[in-house]
Design a protein around this ligand. Sequence first.
Ligand SMILES: Cc1cc2nc3c(=O)[nH]c(=O)nc-3n(C[C@H](O)[C@H](O)[C@H](O)COP(=O)(O)O)c2cc1C
Length: 328
Amino acid sequence: VAFVSSKSAKYKLKTPLFILAPMDDVTDTVFRRVVSDCAAPDLAITEFVNVDGLNSAGKQALMPKLSLKLDKTPVIAQLWGKNPDNFFKATKEVIKLGFSGVDINFGCPDKTIVKNGCCSAYILPENRAVAVEIIKSVQKAADGKLPVSVKTRLGFNEVDFSWHELLLKQKLDMLIIHGRTKKEMSKVPADWQKIAEIRRLRDRISPKTLIIGNGDVVDRAHGQQLIDKHGLDGVMIGRGVLTNPFAFSEEADGIWDQMKKQAKLQLFARHVDMFEQTWQKGERRFETLKKFAKLYVNGFDGASSLRGEIMTKKSAAELIDFLKSSPD
Ligand SMILES: Cc1cc2nc3c(=O)[nH]c(=O)nc-3n(C[C@H](O)[C@H](O)[C@H](O)COP(=O)(O)O)c2cc1C
Protein backbone atom coordinates (compact mmCIF):
# COMPACT_ATOMS: atom_id res chain seq x y z
CA VAL A 1 0.00 0.00 0.00
CA ALA A 2 1.34 3.40 -0.92
CA PHE A 3 1.39 6.16 1.66
CA VAL A 4 -0.28 8.59 -0.69
CA SER A 5 -2.71 8.31 -3.54
CA SER A 6 -0.92 8.03 -6.87
CA LYS A 7 -1.98 11.58 -7.72
CA SER A 8 0.14 13.03 -4.95
CA ALA A 9 2.86 10.40 -4.85
CA LYS A 10 6.11 12.23 -4.37
CA TYR A 11 7.43 9.22 -2.58
CA LYS A 12 5.88 5.94 -1.65
CA LEU A 13 6.17 4.06 1.55
CA LYS A 14 4.86 0.66 2.39
CA THR A 15 2.56 0.26 5.33
CA PRO A 16 2.76 -0.47 8.15
CA LEU A 17 4.43 2.84 8.90
CA PHE A 18 6.58 3.41 11.96
CA ILE A 19 6.68 7.15 12.59
CA LEU A 20 8.75 9.28 14.95
CA ALA A 21 6.37 11.58 16.87
CA PRO A 22 6.68 15.36 16.95
CA MET A 23 8.06 16.53 20.30
CA ASP A 24 8.62 20.22 20.82
CA ASP A 25 12.19 21.13 21.80
CA VAL A 26 13.18 17.46 21.35
CA THR A 27 12.77 16.22 17.77
CA ASP A 28 14.72 18.87 15.90
CA THR A 29 16.75 17.90 12.83
CA VAL A 30 19.65 16.89 15.12
CA PHE A 31 17.79 14.44 17.34
CA ARG A 32 15.88 13.08 14.35
CA ARG A 33 19.27 12.26 12.85
CA VAL A 34 20.46 10.57 16.05
CA VAL A 35 17.35 8.39 16.07
CA SER A 36 17.52 7.52 12.40
CA ASP A 37 21.22 6.62 12.67
CA CYS A 38 20.36 4.24 15.54
CA ALA A 39 17.37 2.68 13.76
CA ALA A 40 15.41 4.67 11.21
CA PRO A 41 11.68 5.29 11.33
CA ASP A 42 9.82 5.40 7.99
CA LEU A 43 8.80 8.99 8.59
CA ALA A 44 9.37 11.74 11.13
CA ILE A 45 7.37 14.86 11.99
CA THR A 46 8.79 18.25 12.96
CA GLU A 47 8.03 20.04 16.19
CA PHE A 48 4.82 22.01 15.85
CA VAL A 49 5.29 25.33 14.07
CA ASN A 50 2.90 28.24 14.42
CA VAL A 51 1.60 29.46 11.06
CA ASP A 52 0.59 32.87 12.39
CA GLY A 53 4.14 33.30 13.70
CA LEU A 54 5.49 32.29 10.29
CA ASN A 55 3.50 35.17 8.84
CA SER A 56 4.84 37.71 11.32
CA ALA A 57 8.05 39.52 12.16
CA GLY A 58 8.89 36.56 14.39
CA LYS A 59 9.31 34.23 11.41
CA GLN A 60 13.11 33.87 11.62
CA ALA A 61 12.93 32.59 15.18
CA LEU A 62 10.67 29.75 14.03
CA MET A 63 12.62 28.66 10.97
CA PRO A 64 15.04 26.36 12.88
CA LYS A 65 12.03 24.16 13.58
CA LEU A 66 11.68 23.75 9.82
CA SER A 67 15.30 22.79 9.23
CA LEU A 68 15.97 19.55 7.35
CA LYS A 69 19.71 19.98 7.56
CA LEU A 70 20.62 16.58 9.00
CA ASP A 71 17.62 14.53 7.98
CA LYS A 72 17.98 11.33 6.00
CA THR A 73 14.43 9.99 6.22
CA PRO A 74 11.28 11.75 4.94
CA VAL A 75 9.95 14.44 7.25
CA ILE A 76 6.47 15.90 7.51
CA ALA A 77 6.10 19.50 8.73
CA GLN A 78 3.59 19.99 11.52
CA LEU A 79 1.61 23.23 11.58
CA TRP A 80 -0.66 24.80 14.17
CA GLY A 81 -2.40 28.14 14.52
CA LYS A 82 -5.51 30.15 13.95
CA ASN A 83 -5.77 31.77 10.57
CA PRO A 84 -6.66 29.50 7.60
CA ASP A 85 -4.93 31.88 5.15
CA ASN A 86 -1.73 31.58 7.16
CA PHE A 87 -2.04 27.78 6.99
CA PHE A 88 -2.26 28.16 3.20
CA LYS A 89 0.89 30.31 3.04
CA ALA A 90 2.80 28.08 5.46
CA THR A 91 1.95 25.00 3.39
CA LYS A 92 3.32 26.70 0.27
CA GLU A 93 6.52 27.44 2.18
CA VAL A 94 6.78 23.89 3.46
CA ILE A 95 6.55 22.57 -0.11
CA LYS A 96 9.41 24.86 -1.14
CA LEU A 97 11.54 23.71 1.78
CA GLY A 98 11.34 20.10 0.64
CA PHE A 99 9.13 18.46 3.23
CA SER A 100 7.38 15.19 2.47
CA GLY A 101 4.00 16.13 3.87
CA VAL A 102 2.00 18.54 6.00
CA ASP A 103 0.41 17.62 9.31
CA ILE A 104 -2.11 19.76 11.17
CA ASN A 105 -1.94 19.75 14.97
CA PHE A 106 -5.45 19.37 16.40
CA GLY A 107 -4.24 17.67 19.56
CA CYS A 108 -1.96 19.77 21.76
CA PRO A 109 -3.59 20.22 25.23
CA ASP A 110 -1.44 23.15 26.40
CA LYS A 111 -3.60 25.47 28.52
CA THR A 112 -2.60 28.75 26.90
CA ILE A 113 -2.87 27.36 23.40
CA VAL A 114 -6.31 25.87 24.04
CA LYS A 115 -7.49 29.11 25.64
CA ASN A 116 -6.49 30.84 22.45
CA GLY A 117 -8.74 28.44 20.51
CA CYS A 118 -5.95 26.43 18.82
CA CYS A 119 -4.87 22.79 18.54
CA SER A 120 -7.13 20.52 20.64
CA ALA A 121 -9.64 23.40 20.97
CA TYR A 122 -10.70 22.62 17.38
CA ILE A 123 -12.26 19.39 18.69
CA LEU A 124 -14.96 21.53 20.36
CA PRO A 125 -18.13 21.66 18.23
CA GLU A 126 -18.13 25.47 18.08
CA ASN A 127 -14.67 25.49 16.46
CA ARG A 128 -15.14 22.67 13.97
CA ALA A 129 -16.21 24.88 11.06
CA VAL A 130 -12.84 26.65 11.26
CA ALA A 131 -11.05 23.30 11.58
CA VAL A 132 -12.58 22.22 8.28
CA GLU A 133 -11.61 25.55 6.73
CA ILE A 134 -8.01 24.98 7.86
CA ILE A 135 -7.90 21.49 6.37
CA LYS A 136 -9.32 22.78 3.09
CA SER A 137 -6.76 25.59 3.03
CA VAL A 138 -3.87 23.19 3.54
CA GLN A 139 -5.23 20.73 0.97
CA LYS A 140 -5.68 23.52 -1.54
CA ALA A 141 -2.10 24.74 -1.02
CA ALA A 142 -0.71 21.19 -1.12
CA ASP A 143 -2.56 20.76 -4.40
CA GLY A 144 -1.97 17.02 -4.50
CA LYS A 145 1.81 17.54 -4.33
CA LEU A 146 2.11 16.58 -0.69
CA PRO A 147 0.07 14.32 1.55
CA VAL A 148 -2.01 16.11 4.19
CA SER A 149 -2.61 14.60 7.62
CA VAL A 150 -4.13 15.53 10.96
CA LYS A 151 -2.88 14.55 14.41
CA THR A 152 -5.54 14.65 17.09
CA ARG A 153 -6.93 13.02 20.21
CA LEU A 154 -10.00 10.90 21.10
CA GLY A 155 -12.01 13.94 22.11
CA PHE A 156 -11.92 17.08 24.25
CA ASN A 157 -13.48 16.21 27.65
CA GLU A 158 -15.05 12.96 26.44
CA VAL A 159 -14.39 10.52 23.63
CA ASP A 160 -16.26 11.95 20.66
CA PHE A 161 -16.27 9.99 17.41
CA SER A 162 -18.33 12.67 15.63
CA TRP A 163 -15.04 14.62 15.48
CA HIS A 164 -13.24 11.78 13.71
CA GLU A 165 -16.19 11.29 11.35
CA LEU A 166 -15.91 14.92 10.36
CA LEU A 167 -12.15 14.60 9.86
CA LEU A 168 -12.53 11.44 7.77
CA LYS A 169 -15.03 13.20 5.52
CA GLN A 170 -12.20 15.59 4.56
CA LYS A 171 -10.42 12.74 2.72
CA LEU A 172 -7.15 13.16 4.55
CA ASP A 173 -4.17 11.10 3.43
CA MET A 174 -3.50 10.13 7.03
CA LEU A 175 -5.14 10.51 10.43
CA ILE A 176 -2.94 10.11 13.51
CA ILE A 177 -4.81 9.36 16.72
CA HIS A 178 -3.26 9.86 20.13
CA GLY A 179 -5.46 7.55 22.21
CA ARG A 180 -6.43 9.98 24.96
CA THR A 181 -8.81 12.93 25.33
CA LYS A 182 -7.51 16.45 25.80
CA LYS A 183 -8.71 16.34 29.40
CA GLU A 184 -6.68 13.20 30.08
CA MET A 185 -3.46 14.97 29.00
CA SER A 186 -0.97 12.08 29.38
CA LYS A 187 -2.23 10.86 32.72
CA VAL A 188 -4.02 7.61 31.79
CA PRO A 189 -2.94 4.79 29.47
CA ALA A 190 -3.76 5.34 25.79
CA ASP A 191 -6.97 3.55 24.77
CA TRP A 192 -6.22 1.44 21.69
CA GLN A 193 -9.75 -0.02 21.55
CA LYS A 194 -10.96 3.50 20.74
CA ILE A 195 -8.27 3.91 18.11
CA ALA A 196 -9.52 0.64 16.56
CA GLU A 197 -13.05 2.10 16.60
CA ILE A 198 -11.81 5.05 14.53
CA ARG A 199 -10.11 2.62 12.13
CA ARG A 200 -13.52 0.97 11.62
CA LEU A 201 -15.07 4.39 10.93
CA ARG A 202 -12.31 4.92 8.37
CA ASP A 203 -13.21 1.64 6.64
CA ARG A 204 -16.74 2.99 6.15
CA ILE A 205 -16.14 6.70 5.48
CA SER A 206 -12.73 7.09 3.85
CA PRO A 207 -11.02 3.76 3.04
CA LYS A 208 -7.91 5.45 1.60
CA THR A 209 -7.06 7.44 4.74
CA LEU A 210 -4.26 5.78 6.68
CA ILE A 211 -4.90 5.39 10.42
CA ILE A 212 -1.89 5.70 12.68
CA GLY A 213 -2.16 4.90 16.39
CA ASN A 214 -0.16 6.77 19.03
CA GLY A 215 0.32 6.56 22.77
CA ASP A 216 2.68 4.55 25.01
CA VAL A 217 4.28 2.48 22.24
CA VAL A 218 7.71 1.48 23.53
CA ASP A 219 9.31 0.06 20.38
CA ARG A 220 8.74 -1.40 16.94
CA ALA A 221 7.86 -4.90 18.16
CA HIS A 222 5.27 -3.48 20.54
CA GLY A 223 3.94 -1.27 17.73
CA GLN A 224 3.68 -4.22 15.35
CA GLN A 225 1.56 -6.10 17.91
CA LEU A 226 -0.83 -3.14 18.16
CA ILE A 227 -0.98 -2.78 14.38
CA ASP A 228 -1.87 -6.45 13.97
CA LYS A 229 -4.37 -6.48 16.79
CA HIS A 230 -6.26 -3.38 15.70
CA GLY A 231 -5.85 -3.43 11.93
CA LEU A 232 -3.93 -0.16 11.77
CA ASP A 233 -1.70 1.29 9.04
CA GLY A 234 1.04 2.21 11.45
CA VAL A 235 2.09 3.54 14.82
CA MET A 236 3.83 6.66 16.03
CA ILE A 237 6.43 6.54 18.80
CA GLY A 238 7.29 9.57 20.92
CA ARG A 239 8.56 9.12 24.47
CA GLY A 240 9.72 5.62 23.58
CA VAL A 241 12.81 7.11 21.93
CA LEU A 242 13.51 9.07 25.11
CA THR A 243 14.21 5.81 26.91
CA ASN A 244 15.51 3.84 23.93
CA PRO A 245 16.97 5.60 20.88
CA PHE A 246 16.90 2.21 19.10
CA ALA A 247 13.12 2.00 19.50
CA PHE A 248 12.65 1.64 15.73
CA SER A 249 15.06 -1.27 15.46
CA GLU A 250 13.79 -4.41 13.71
CA GLU A 251 15.90 -6.56 15.95
CA ALA A 252 14.54 -7.86 19.20
CA ASP A 253 14.70 -5.31 21.96
CA GLY A 254 17.64 -5.03 24.31
CA ILE A 255 20.29 -3.27 22.15
CA TRP A 256 20.16 -0.15 24.24
CA ASP A 257 19.87 -1.98 27.58
CA GLN A 258 22.99 -3.94 26.76
CA MET A 259 25.02 -0.96 25.63
CA LYS A 260 27.89 -0.05 27.93
CA LYS A 261 28.41 3.27 29.66
CA GLN A 262 31.11 4.48 27.25
CA ALA A 263 29.01 3.75 24.16
CA LYS A 264 26.08 5.65 25.62
CA LEU A 265 28.23 8.65 26.56
CA GLN A 266 29.78 8.64 23.10
CA LEU A 267 26.37 8.78 21.49
CA PHE A 268 25.48 11.71 23.75
CA ALA A 269 28.74 13.45 22.79
CA ARG A 270 27.92 12.92 19.12
CA HIS A 271 24.46 14.41 19.64
CA VAL A 272 25.93 17.46 21.39
CA ASP A 273 28.54 17.85 18.66
CA MET A 274 25.94 17.75 15.87
CA PHE A 275 23.82 20.22 17.86
CA GLU A 276 26.79 22.59 18.13
CA GLN A 277 27.62 22.27 14.42
CA THR A 278 24.01 22.76 13.36
CA TRP A 279 22.95 25.65 15.60
CA GLN A 280 26.04 27.82 15.40
CA LYS A 281 24.17 31.06 15.80
CA GLY A 282 22.48 30.03 19.02
CA GLU A 283 19.18 29.28 17.25
CA ARG A 284 18.52 26.68 19.89
CA ARG A 285 19.52 26.98 23.50
CA PHE A 286 22.28 24.74 24.84
CA GLU A 287 20.17 24.14 27.96
CA THR A 288 17.61 22.18 25.90
CA LEU A 289 20.27 19.47 25.50
CA LYS A 290 20.33 18.72 29.21
CA LYS A 291 17.00 16.92 29.10
CA PHE A 292 18.73 14.23 27.02
CA ALA A 293 20.97 13.30 29.98
CA LYS A 294 18.13 11.14 31.25
CA LEU A 295 18.22 9.16 28.02
CA TYR A 296 21.94 8.66 27.48
CA VAL A 297 23.21 8.70 31.04
CA ASN A 298 21.12 5.88 32.37
CA GLY A 299 21.24 2.18 33.13
CA PHE A 300 24.78 1.94 34.49
CA ASP A 301 26.46 2.39 37.88
CA GLY A 302 26.96 6.01 38.87
CA ALA A 303 24.58 7.33 36.18
CA SER A 304 22.62 9.47 38.59
CA SER A 305 25.61 11.38 39.96
CA LEU A 306 26.98 11.79 36.44
CA ARG A 307 23.70 13.40 35.41
CA GLY A 308 24.03 15.77 38.35
CA GLU A 309 27.43 16.88 37.08
CA ILE A 310 26.13 17.31 33.55
CA MET A 311 23.55 19.79 34.83
CA THR A 312 26.39 22.12 35.86
CA LYS A 313 27.93 22.32 32.35
CA LYS A 314 27.64 25.67 30.64
CA SER A 315 28.50 25.00 27.02
CA ALA A 316 28.52 22.28 24.39
CA ALA A 317 32.32 22.20 24.36
CA GLU A 318 32.44 21.78 28.13
CA LEU A 319 29.86 19.01 27.99
CA ILE A 320 31.63 17.13 25.20
CA ASP A 321 34.95 17.29 27.08
CA PHE A 322 33.28 15.96 30.17
CA LEU A 323 31.55 13.09 28.32
CA LYS A 324 34.73 12.08 26.53
CA SER A 325 36.88 12.08 29.65
CA SER A 326 34.53 10.16 31.92
CA PRO A 327 36.29 7.04 33.26
CA ASP A 328 34.91 3.51 32.68
C1 LIG B 1 8.14 16.89 25.20
C2 LIG B 1 6.97 16.62 24.29
C3 LIG B 1 6.67 17.51 23.27
C4 LIG B 1 5.60 17.27 22.39
N1 LIG B 1 5.38 18.13 21.34
C5 LIG B 1 4.42 17.82 20.43
C6 LIG B 1 4.25 18.60 19.25
O1 LIG B 1 4.97 19.58 19.00
N2 LIG B 1 3.26 18.24 18.38
C7 LIG B 1 2.45 17.15 18.62
O2 LIG B 1 1.57 16.85 17.80
N3 LIG B 1 2.60 16.39 19.72
C8 LIG B 1 3.56 16.69 20.61
N4 LIG B 1 3.75 15.86 21.68
C9 LIG B 1 2.91 14.65 21.83
C10 LIG B 1 3.58 13.44 21.19
O3 LIG B 1 3.75 13.61 19.80
C11 LIG B 1 2.74 12.16 21.40
O4 LIG B 1 1.47 12.34 20.85
C12 LIG B 1 2.58 11.83 22.90
O5 LIG B 1 3.80 11.98 23.58
C13 LIG B 1 2.07 10.40 23.09
O6 LIG B 1 2.90 9.46 22.43
P1 LIG B 1 4.05 8.63 23.20
O7 LIG B 1 3.39 7.92 24.34
O8 LIG B 1 4.60 7.71 22.16
O9 LIG B 1 5.03 9.64 23.69
C14 LIG B 1 4.80 16.11 22.58
C15 LIG B 1 5.09 15.22 23.61
C16 LIG B 1 6.17 15.45 24.46
C17 LIG B 1 6.46 14.45 25.55
